[in-house]
Design a protein around this ligand. Structure first.
Ligand code: SAH
Ligand code: SF4
Ligand code: F3S
Length: 440
């Protein structure tokens, strides 16, 4: 008899990759994934602490599992990811029905913790950070896949310490994987039918900078691009200060590199950028965007922006609006500043009126929404190349794929197109996706 696990994942792509690993590790000790907590022997949350809202969600979700555990005391409940890393054993104290806690460097210990809980041998918490060597050896290896697209982690951790950000504290120091190992993994994935890879890292374009004798990120892209059978290459997330000219020029030169980059700017005011410890000026950022448009005129950019950083004035905010207008982002993920305990910014005087902060957020959103609509509507009636990834989640026999700009397109077509490049005419533009029809 199989045991069953229900796993919910929050936060960024790092957690998505870790969750895949969690499922693979648990399969080795007899667990099969189910999609309802009510049906599970083991319930896990893979958590995010980047903003207060994300963190509070974890406690909300745990509360949902309590009645299930009351009815079935053998149910095992565990928490992993960034909140687990931050809170550690304190979580066991605060949540009496929680059985285990595992941190961001301890995914590999999960089977042991689960087996300990199965034997009722005590509640466990593992949140120690590991040394470089151990972490490098634990990098997820090539796994069996039937997917068309795949994330490949090339570096982990972050040493940037942007003043508002919890990530360096919950993910630890930056390490980069050996490039030959990455190439071998991607070759193996392509041999299994993967057509698109996204190179992943907290700060992906600082790849290799801290390893003796490692190649540059741009060189890594060139080597991946040369792999036969790979159709598309993406990477996320990039830090503007590490956007070298060599890297930017790849967008004009590489066959597989998609014409999209997510390049978080955070803010358009030099004063606030300095307070955020971002390591660039707005002029530097705009010069890089300029070069991107020059080497690849059809490129589309997306970004992250924080509104209401401590001390942000109306003038600072106007600089952000101005930068957003100048760049013309296809999409922007906008966040209200959320103080994170232990970060440098949390100690700053913060007397911004919450109503003003919210108004700025709404103003930015309005400006961006107009721009997004304008950009995505350009696709209407165009014939675009789509990498077909699978059957659409809406059911109804539709397929879905993405354009080079990472935009989802749903359209009717035969399933043998999955894994192929298809030409699709865009017939409708929605907020987050396109509808199209196959051009035969
Ligand atoms: N490594 C990536 C993103 C990390 S977190 C980068 O450097 O861009 C994703 C986004 O969350 C950030 O880009 C930032 O916009 C937002 N964010 C991080 N900390 C935040 C905080 N304390 N309050 C509000 N937004 C935050
Ligand atoms: Fe956080 Fe800055 Fe690192 Fe991104 S680069 S994860 S925002 S500290
Ligand atoms: Fe969240 Fe951790 Fe990612 S804090 S954004 S899940 S690195």
């Amino acid at each position: 008899m199989h045991k069953t696990v229900f796993l919910e994942t929050f936060g960024c792509q790092m957690n998505v990759v870790d969750s895949e690993r969690i499922i693979a590790l648990l399969a080795e000790i007899g667990y099969r994934q189910v999609d309802q907590a009510e049906l599970a022997d083991l319930v896990l949350l893979n958590t995010c602490s980047v903003r207060d809202k994300a963190e509070r969600k974890v406690y909300g979700h745990l509360g949902r599992f309590k009645p299930i555990k009351d009815a079935r005391p053998d149910l095992i409940i565990g928490v992993g990811g960034c909140v687990a890393q931050q809170e550690g054993e304190r979580m066991l104290e605060q949540v009496p029905y929680l059985d285990l806690v595992f941190g961001t460097h301890n995914v590999h210990r999960l089977p042991e913790l689960v087996q300990q809980a199965e034997k009722k041998a005590g509640r466990g918490s593992e949140t120690d950070f590991l040394d470089r060597e151990t972490r490098l050896n634990l990098f997820p290896q090539r796994s069996v896949t039937d997917s068309i697209t795949r994330f490949v982690t090339v570096m982990q951790g972050c040493d940037n310490f942007c003043s508002y950000c919890i990530v360096p504290y919950v993910r630890g120091r930056e390490i980069s994987r050996p490039s030959d190992e990455i190439i071998t993994e991607i070759r193996g994935l392509v041999a299994q039918g993967v057509r698109e890879v996204t190179l992943l890292g907290q700060n992906v374009n600082s790849y290799g900078l801290k390893e003796d004798g490692e190649i540059s990120f741009a060189e890594l892209l060139r080597r991946v691009d040369a792999i036969d059978g790979l159709e598309r290459l993406r990477f996320a997330t990039s830090h503007p200060k590490d956007m070298s000219d060599e890297l930017i020029d790849c967008f004009g030169a590489l066959r597989t590199l998609c014409h999209h980059i997510h390049l978080p700017v955070q803010c358009g005011s030099n004063r606030i950028l300095a307070a955020m410890n971002r390591g660039y000026l707005r002029e530097d950022y705009l010069a890089k965007v300029d070069r991107l448009y020059r080497v690849c005129p059809q490129i589309r950019l997306t970004t992250d922006i924080i509104v209401g950083f401590p001390g942000e004035t109306e003038e600072d905010f106007a600089d952000t609006l101005d930068l957003v207008e100048q760049v013309g982002y296809a999409d922007a993920f906008t966040f209200l500043y959320s103080p994170r305990t232990g970060t440098a910014a949390a100690k700053l005087k913060d007397d911004l009126d919450p109503a003003v902060r919210q108004q700025r957020f709404d103003r930015l959103l309005a400006v961006q929404q107009k721009k997004s609509e304008e950009i995505w509507n350009r696709d209407l009636d165009c014939e675009l190349t789509v990498l077909v990834e699978g059957e659409s989640k809406q059911g109804d026999g539709q397929l879905f794929g993405r354009t080079t700009w990472n935009r989802i397109v749903n359209f009717a077509g035969p399933t043998d197109l999955i894994g192929q490049m298809a030409q699709v005419r865009i017939t409708r533009v929605f907020r987050n996706s396109h509808l199209g029809e196959l051009v035969s």
